[in-house]
Design a protein around this ligand. Structure first.
Ligand SMILES: *Cc1c(COP(=O)(O)O)cnc(C)c1O
Length: 373
């Protein structure tokens, strides 16, 4: 018997091997400085990520979730307000709206891209609506032009949840740079992952950037004088130092993910039991995830792949409108059929940059083997 191939969903150790010395040196420098809060690396990272994302300003924060919460708070969104978003996303998107006291209002997704369907947004807008939060899911931007148009006509903020989409492009523009503000996450599994939690808010509005920076420091501009009630949403210097090293490799990693996606697409070509992810012509995806549709045998397939040492994941098995904590919003099963369908039949495959062609071939082969039975 040949040695078994293992393909984890993500292999951060493989990535670390390639940058170990640089990361250690960067971390060591912060340790020697003992400047753990607001060190110079934070400012350097803010400038570098803003430039990479085609945004004027970047405000480093403690996580992607805190980027959303801080942006909502700073824009004054709270009790009595409504925020339109997608039900098919990571919990933080809807959870952040709820946490500032506003009401999440959901709109179904486009089944082809899994992103919010702009054609259904306008009917969800009411007198109380203050903002739209499109999510650029799996690394592909939502269809921003119609979203920005609706926002303009109704005087709404647009907060891009770009947690999965750093560097992704839409009609030549970069994720996070198109709305009022864009929220990035440096959670370790994102394309630019830190040594723990981290995030950033992007904006082209300099006055807003300044205000965001106060909100991240308990709303204080001058120490011990508080104009607003914010929070402790700071990004650690250690995180910034590690991220500055990794940022130099990000474009190469995202390009490798695109190549891996291309190889999967080719291997599944003509195999009608797998629907491969569709990237719209106007988009460049960073493939934070490579998500296929496989129909009702999804859970069995996942178990079969696990037996064969292949890691996969379901993003996301329960849509936001069906979450127990949001029961009081009054939604029910069937309200967002495309979102529910996607939750029931999709599977994310390993797509990380260090994958070999043999590993990708093995994964595709096992999927075809199971679904041909
Ligand atoms: C990861 C993620 C977040 C939250 O980011 P954290 O850094 O984990 O707090 C928010 N929205 C989406 C769509 C995400 O994928």
């Amino acid at each position: 018997m040949t040695e078994a191939i293992r393909v984890p969903l993500l292999d951060l150790k493989a990535q670390y091997k390639t940058i170990r010395e640089e990361i250690r040196a960067a971390v060591d420098q912060v340790l020697e400085s003992q400047y753990f809060i607001n060190g110079q690396e934070v400012k350097q990272l803010e400038e570098a990520v803003a430039a990479y994302s085609g945004s004027k300003k970047g405000v480093g924060v403690s996580s992607g979730t805190d980027a959303l919460v801080c942006a909502l708070m700073t824009l004054g969104i709270g009790p009595g307000d409504e925020v339109v978003t997608t039900p098919y996303t990571f919990f933080a998107t809807a959870g952040s709206i709820w946490r500032v006291g506003a009401k999440p209002v959901f709109v179904d997704i486009d089944p082809e891209t899994f992103n919010i369907n702009p054609a259904q947004i306008e009917r969800a807008v009411t007198e109380k609506t203050k903002a739209i939060i499109p999510v650029h899911l799996y690394g592909q931007c939502a269809d921003m032009d119609p979203i920005l148009d609706i926002a303009k006509r109704h005087h709404l903020y647009v907060i891009e949840d770009a947690a999965q989409a750093i560097g992704a492009k839409y009609k030549g523009k970069t994720a996070g740079s198109m709305g009022t503000a864009g929220c990035l996450s440096f959670f370790p599994s994102k394309n630019l992952g830190g040594l723990g939690d981290g995030g950033m808010i992007l904006t082209n509005d300099e006055a807003l950037a300044e205000k965001l920076a106060f909100f991240r420091m308990h709303g204080s501009q001058t120490k011990y004088y508080h104009k607003f009630v914010g929070g402790n949403f700071r990004l650690d210097t250690l995180q910034a130092a590690g991220l500055l090293v990794k940022l130099n490799y990000l474009e190469g990693w995202s390009e490798k993910r695109r190549q891996n996606a291309k190889l999967y697409n080719r291997l599944f070509e003509g195999f009608d039991k797998v629907v491969t992810p569709k990237v719209r012509q106007e988009n460049v995806s960073i493939f934070n995830q490579y998500v296929i549709r496989v129909g009702p045998k999804r859970n069995e397939l996942m178990a079969f792949l696990k037996e064969n040492n292949i890691g996969t994941e379901i993003y996301y098995p329960v849509s936001m409108h069906e979450q127990e904590c949001f029961a009081s919003l009054g939604y029910k099963k069937g309200d967002f059929p495309e979102s529910e369908k996607a939750a029931g039949e999709t599977l994310a495959l390993p797509i990380y940059a260090e994958l070999t062609d043999d590993q990708i071939g093995y994964v595709a082969g096992k999927i075809k083997e199971f679904l041909s039975k």
